[in-house]
Design a protein around this ligand. Sequence first.
Ligand SMILES: *Cc1c(COP(=O)(O)O)cnc(C)c1O
Length: 403
Amino acid sequence: MTSHLLPTYARADVAFERGEGAWLFSTTGERYLDCSGGVAVNVLGHAHPHLLEALTTQAHKVWHVSNLYRVPEAERLADRLCSISFADLVFFCNSGAEAMECCIKVARKHHAASGHPERFRIITFEGAFHGRTLATLAAGGNKKYLDGFGPVAGGFDHIPFGDVEVVKRAITPETAAILIEPIQGEGGVRVVPNSFLQSLRALCDQHGLLLIFDEVQTGVGRTGHFFAYERTGVKPDILGLAKGLGGGFPVGACLATADAGKGMVAGTHGSTFGGNPMAMAIGNAVLDVLLAPGFLEGVRKKALLFKQRLAEIHDRHSDVISEVRGDGLLLGLRTTIPNTELVDALRAEHLLAVAAGDNVVRLLPALIISDSEIGEVINRIDRAATNIERALAAKREASGATV
Ligand SMILES: *Cc1c(COP(=O)(O)O)cnc(C)c1O
């Protein structure tokens, strides 16, 4: 069947009609264990009763009113996000890229409002991903994604990841901020060492720069903490959230301290849909579950079990799985075969996973995955890896290799 969808995605030939917890059911009646989580979005799995309740209750009240009026659900969600974080101010939008656009604007405007409009440049890191709008693509600096789209938005300085001396050299009188993901998600589940984040914080304080964390993927409980920065001891001045925040409903947010956000007065930014009552009711419902006593502690326990079991898989199949990476339930398997082939082999075992950079396959299960479902994930990876080993052995035999 031909499709009228713009063919920007190489889609797998499977469609899902229903989901329940950690499982998805295809239109052909097959059951898949979901470790793609809609790319780190479905933090509470599929059809979570509390989210369903919040969505249907709000749908009967009011969906959208615009930001010309007060939105009590948005005020409540902003209040809750600030009470659990470094932030004093929140702007709501609809996606990760929009959240990061807002972070960039907040940082630049801060310096302009401080009498330094010349300070607009932002230091970013190789392997980063901040979204697909023209500015966030420029921030990420991935040549493959920028090619053919005209002049690259200015004001970003890309440097290699992890070297403090290089960061020091990149700071100029025009630098406004440093932008980094505490764990690079799309870049291949590369965990940034705490010591590096601490150095960035110190450099920002020393030079009057703002530290921006892109927690679009790592935020909302993914690492077993509401924000990944909580496990590092380093606080940012500005932070972007999205993916998990609506549990599958499109919501993004830019969080900032009062000082970082001081330039963002009436009229400086906006969004028609951002922070509408539907999205905010669902965002609040996600927080109800994640902030309930013991929930995140349970995620950390599950993550430990998951990582231990993946270490066993690594031991057993080190010819296919060369490394286990990640933190919390943002896990990566580096593979010796093309990562898309491993994703396909896992899907053949009815396990959904996501390819990432650096030849990594990401596992992004619902935070509510059970211990027995984790065991089932491991069984399926084990079977897929065994199949790959058999195929590789058969290929070696067919080509007459002797070693
Ligand atoms: C997914 C992602 C984005 C972009 O989010 P969209 O909702 O696709 O615009 C930005 N930053 C990071 C770290 C992401 O993982």
